[in-house]
Ligand binder design. Structure first.
Ligand code: ADP
Ligand code: ZN
Ligand code: ZN
Length: 806
């Protein structure tokens, strides 16, 4: 038997599987999708088995050293998906496989085998039981090294549950263990012992008393932590355990990142709009039909309730669902809504989890212990076998596109998987991407519209303030008179305000007022950012930092000043203007610590502050009844990016932020401050008019031959020497011109807006095309050819449908 194995080297220019012989004892055990260790060159590497076959065209094959899994980590569907992903995003197949798995399964983490049921093991596999004698666990590698013939027994024992296998996460135990205390004798016996304990053993009596006087003492298993929290003595409990009155067990616990008890919720009675949107989704499920729905609903129209009730239907059909939410709106509030409805059926995956926690959640999915996963981008690879629905909330979000290899868009993966499983996809947004809305208009997607907020609450009224006018009137504050007055008014009424600023840090850059010099990173072509806490200038690309100096490096004057506005500066100004206001600031700096995001939001929800001031991360998903005012401090800070999506992003952001106001009984109001108050992106967002924005923006996209009228490919090259990178870029442009049809437009090579990063010079080529069958083959050839040349320092990246052109 021969196995095809993709070796775990993502940059491997040879993007194909290698044949290995499967040793006799492994034949019954090995399945495609398992990881193996194989000899490769002079080393041993991890690899993925993608297929098994009878013969190979090669002679003198090497043999597989060891099998690393007892269950395939990649299902048949995911193996195929990986090949497709590698092809359509132009990356190595193994890079695609790695992207689908939690980190602990990618690298060479060790595994241990544990005894779960010693009696059964001894009966069925005495030889194994002998090895484990006196040891609860053994390293997998050592266990199989001893004797490959043991594998059959091990595998059998694993399937019967007398052994179990665990991934050892570096610096961390695999699974968390907690001490659980229970009574090991009857209540009668405890009473007897109690009466015989001397009065000096006061703490022991206390602990025993605690167990005696519980009617459920037989099933009562509190954790040690819970008992000591109650004021009982740990030592006393240990002594009672020694006397075998109590027993202490180390119980393996799935780490649960959401420990707070979550209240169960029932389905709400749907509004007519909601019911009309839900019906076709359920219908498509019942027909086992693949369709893509675009659910375009204004903020507060109750999209989430539609998601919840469609998932309900998935569970009734004994199927599984994936829900994608952007990382930054994967707030505790959002998670609570899903856990509240479906409880333990839900796994949650986001970047805030530790590696071990992520692995636990993944394992719950793989072992079918949950039916729903709510997660950020990579949750789209959840190894479910019977998908009934995929939901992508806020489908316009750019974070659904991965910026490293494989450069995939979660929406594309969702549609590909849903086709395989013959199930619907629901894309939801108040501000759909132009791409998706255009497809809905062409009836490629089915449009579901929700034009009203639930209970017909009005959308907030929006005022636009012209910041240029404020300047002319001598107001240099970041707050216009109007906004300031409205904040004060809310303070008096004991209502809350959300202030949004699309920046972070105290001031963005340092400039010399006399000669205009901006302090830049010596390694990258970008200005340094001032960080107030450490009083340092930092580069956001490479991490370079330097001290702040008052004198200009160019002209020597002492007129160096901070420019730009950040959350810290706004906070300082707020406390100057309205000293009595209680402010919570949320930005990358205040939410760095695990759990701080949740804590700050909870405090705001408990009305421990009047104002929530923050960056992007407060733009979405928040739903607080007392918020009646939302201020956007500088609506156009995104508008001037050198990117064809700048207007779209501005429109989306302003709409989202405005949607945070007046979601409940109190009516909401929004103040948008802007330097370009006449721009259609700002005006249409203020009027809540998506279609008007869509029509204007589409006209401009058509003129510029941009998506959704054309597809884009961006090829980016970097090299330490400018001449080398320019030459390679020229060659690539020529190859493209030679092989692509005349209907495609080839731009470049050009130097992008940021010309140098980490001492590497950058060049770009761009292709705009509508239909181009030759494209993927040419891109693969370019990648292979220039990556092999990678030894001379050239790096090539190819990005199909890029979300940013920087
Ligand atoms: P969206 O996701 O479209 O912005 P949400 O799903 O957050 O809107 O709904 C807004 C609010 O309306 C939430 O507080 C939600 O609980 C409530 N809601 C949704 N549907 C209903 C309904 N059918 N009846 C009553 N309240 C509802
Ligand atoms: Zn730098
Ligand atoms: Zn100067």
């Amino acid at each position: 038997m021969i196995a095809e194995v993709y070796i775990d080297i993502p940059a491997n220019p040879v993007n194909k599987p290698f044949d290995y012989r499967v040793p006799e004892p492994y034949r019954d055990l090995l399945e495609p999708g398992m990881r193996v260790t194989v000899p490769f060159g002079r080393t041993r590497r991890l690899g993925f088995v993608t297929a098994l076959k009878e013969s190979s065209e090669f002679t003198r094959l090497k043999s597989i050293d060891a099998i690393e899994d007892h269950l395939p980590v990649l299902t048949t569907e995911l193996l195929e998906l990986g090949r497709w992903l590698a092809d359509t995003t132009v990356c190595a197949t193994v890079a695609a496989y790695q992207a689908m798995l939690p980190a602990v399964l990618k690298a060479d983490y060790k595994k241990v085998v544990k005894v779960e049921d010693p009696k059964q093991l001894k009966k069925q596999h005495p030889n194994l039981a002998g090895l484990f004698e006196s040891k609860g666990q053994l390293l997998w590698a050592e266990l199989v090294k001893n004797d490959v013939n043991l594998l059959t027994s091990i595998n059998h024992a694993l399937r019967k549950g007398s052994l179990s296998i665990h991934q050892l996460v570096r610096n961390q135990a695999t699974a968390k263990h907690v001490a659980v205390v229970s009574a090991s004798v009857s209540a009668e016996r405890m009473k007897l012992e109690y009466s015989q304990l001397s009065d000096r053993a006061k703490r022991q009596k206390e602990a025993l008393y605690y167990f005696i006087h519980r009617s459920d003492s037989a099933t009562f298993h509190p954790t040690m932590q819970a008992l000591t929290n109650e004021g009982l003595s740990r030592d006393a409990i240990l002594k009672l355990a020694e006397k075998e009155l109590l027993r202490i067990d180390q119980v393996e616990q799935f780490r649960n990142p959401y420990k707070r008890a979550i209240e169960h919720t029932e389905p709400l009675k749907l509004t007519d709009e909601q019911a009309n949107a839900l019906a076709p989704i359920l219908q498509s499920m019942d027909k086992n039909e693949h369709r893509v729905f675009l659910c375009h609903g204004v903020t507060g129209s109750g999209k989430t309730e539609i998601y919840l009730q469609s998932i309900q239907h998935v569970l009734e059909r004994k199927q599984q669902a994936i829900v994608l939410v952007p990382e930054i709106s994967l707030t505790p509030q959002m998670v609570v809504r899903f856990k509240g409805r479906f409880g333990d059926h839900v796994a949650v995956m986001h970047s805030g989890l530790s590696r071990g926690e992520k692995y636990d959640e993944w394992r719950k999915i793989r072992e079918e212990k949950v039916q729903v996963v709510v997660g950020a981008r990579s949750a789209i690879f959840a190894p479910f076998n019977n998908l009934g629905l995929i939901i992508i909330d806020e489908e316009h979000e750019s974070s659904y596109k991965q910026e490293d290899m494989p450069r995939y868009h979660a929406r594309d993966i969702a549609i590909h998987r849903a086709q395989d499983h013959q199930c619907p996809v629901v894309l939801g947004s108040a501000t759909p991407s132009l791409e998706s809305f255009a497809r809905a208009r062409k009836q490629v997607y089915t449009l579901l519209s929700l034009k009203q907020r639930v209970n017909h609450r009005p959308l907030p009224s929006v005022h636009i303030v012209d910041l240029r006018e404020e300047m002319r009137q001598g107001n240099h504050s970041v707050f216009s008179k109007e906004l300031l007055e409205k904040i004060k008014d809310r303070l008096q009424k004991k209502e809350q305000t959300v202030l949004f600023l699309n920046r972070r840090g105290y001031a963005t850059f340092v400039m010399c007022r006399s000669c205009g010099t901006v302090v830049e990173c010596p390694h990258c072509d970008i200005s340094l950012t001032y960080h107030r806490a450490q009083h340092l200038l930092k580069c956001h690309y490479c991490g370079y930092e330097q001290a702040v100096s008052d004198t200009c490096p160019t002209c020597g004057s002492d007129a160096m000043r901070f420019f730009g506005t950040g959350t810290q500066k706004v906070e300082a100004e707020l406390s100057r203007l309205i000293p009595e206001a209680r402010v919570i600031r949320m930005d990358v700096d205040t939410t760095r610590k695990k759990g701080s995001h949740e804590r700050l939001l909870r405090q705001f929800g408990e009305e421990k502050a009047d104002i929530l001031l923050g960056t992007q991360m407060i733009a979405k998903g928040l739903d607080f009844p007392k918020v009646t005012l939302v201020g956007v401090l500088a609506a156009d800070s995104l508008l001037h990016l050198a990117d064809f999506r700048a207007s779209e992003k501005t429109f989306q952001l302003v709409t989202q932020v405005a949607g945070r106001a007046g979601r409940h009984d109190l009516p909401g109001e929004v103040v948008i401050q802007s330097y370009s108050p006449d721009h259609y992106a700002v005006l249409d967002a203020a009027r809540h008019d998506y279609e008007s924005f869509y029509n204007q923006e589409m006209a401009l996209r058509r003129l510029g031959s941009y998506p959704p009228f054309y597809y884009l490919v961006l090829i980016c090259l970097t090299h330490p020497e400018p001449a080398k990178v320019a030459e390679a870029a020229e060659r690539i442009a020529l190859i493209l011109k030679k092989h692509l049809s005349d209907s495609s437009q080839i731009y470049g090579p050009v130097v992008p807006a940021v010309a140098k990063i980490k001492d590497r010079y950058r060049y770009q080529c761009m292709v705009k095309y509508k239909r181009e069958p030759a494209l993927l083959p040419v891109l693969h050839r370019i990648m292979q050819h220039f990556q092999e040349g990678g030894k001379n320092g050239l790096q090539v990246s190819i990005d199909l449908n890029p979300v940013a052109l920087m």
